[in-house]
Design a protein around this ligand. Structure first.
Ligand code: BG6
Ligand code: MG
Length: 257
């Protein structure tokens, strides 16, 4: 369709539809509609696997627990724990080992695993920030794009402190602030609310399939960080943040810069 400077014909058509039919078009669903009205004002980052590679520490600590209970599980099974809360992870692991525990025993086991995990992350350094992440956060800051964390982890604030990234975040939503696990969008909706933004103008970066589902369920723009085979439902999948820029993001996502 021809464009005249300053006139967005699709906006005019939609306003005409609203005026003539009384019908308000559904902005939440069609991606094609969103692309003409959205600009990126905020980014919400998952922590584990997006900003730092803590999945291996979770794996180490859970595996130690499983071994104490007399069984083992594989790295492939560990993939299923990504983005899953501590309690839900424990339930899955006990199920793999065919072990039954009372709620009190489960609480004790989860606490034991967390003690080991906390010990492991207490040695983390800024060197463990994944490549390109800090540069991308700096670029967002310089462009006044708001930044939030949306993580299931109750240890998220401690990890951000350890690696020296806390000051980049305008809002931090962690596992202590949520009641529902991904793929429920709660963690990201709370993040957008804390930033004062609408999901459609906010990008979520996630490494877990359940996290991408959560972002899409909340009406966010979703960027998968990792393997397109598992994250293919995202609007865009990147291997990581190395050489990634805000311009590349806006070019790949059909939004106004
Ligand atoms: C998520 C991880 O970010 O946080 C999961 O991907 C983890 O593996 C969950 O179980 C909860 O973390 P924590 O630190 O509260 O036990
Ligand atoms: Mg993750």
């Amino acid at each position: 369709m021809a464009e005249l400077p300053g006139i967005d014909f699709k906006a005019v058509i939609i306003l005409a539809v609203v005026f003539c039919t009384g019908d308000i078009p559904n902005f939440a669903a069609p991606w094609e509609t969103l692309q003409h009205f959205t600009m990126i004002k905020g980014c919400i980052f998952d922590l584990d696997g997006v900003i730092v590679d803590t999945a291996r520490y979770h794996f180490q600590a859970w595996r130690r627990l499983a071994n104490e209970l007399g069984f083992d599980f594989t790295e492939a099974e560990n993939e299923k724990l990504k983005g899953v809360s501590r309690v839900e992870s424990l339930k899955l692991i006990l199920n793999w080992g065919g072990v039954e525990k009372s709620p009190e025993e489960q609480a004790e086991l989860a606490a034991r695993k967390n003690d080991w995990y906390v010990e492991l992350i207490s040695n983390m350094t800024p060197d463990e920030i994944l490549p390109g992440v800090k540069e991308f956060l700096e670029e967002l800051k310089s462009r006044n794009v708001k930044i939030a964390l949306g993580s299931a982890s109750k240890n998220a604030p401690a990890i951000l402190d350890r690696v020296g990234l806390t000051d980049y975040f305008d809002a931090i939503i962690d596992g202590t602030k949520t009641t529902r696990s991904k793929p429920d969008p709660q963690v990201f909706l709370l993040g957008a609310e804390a930033l004062g933004l609408h999901p459609a103008e906010t990008v979520v970066f996630e490494d877990a399939e359940k996290g991408i589902e959560a972002a899409l369920n909340g009406g966010f723009l979703a960027v998968g960080v990792g393997d397109p085979a598992t994250l293919g439902s995202a609007h865009l999948v990147i291997p990581g943040f190395q050489n990634f820029t805000f311009d590349k993001l806006t070019e790949a996502l059909p939004v106004k810069p």
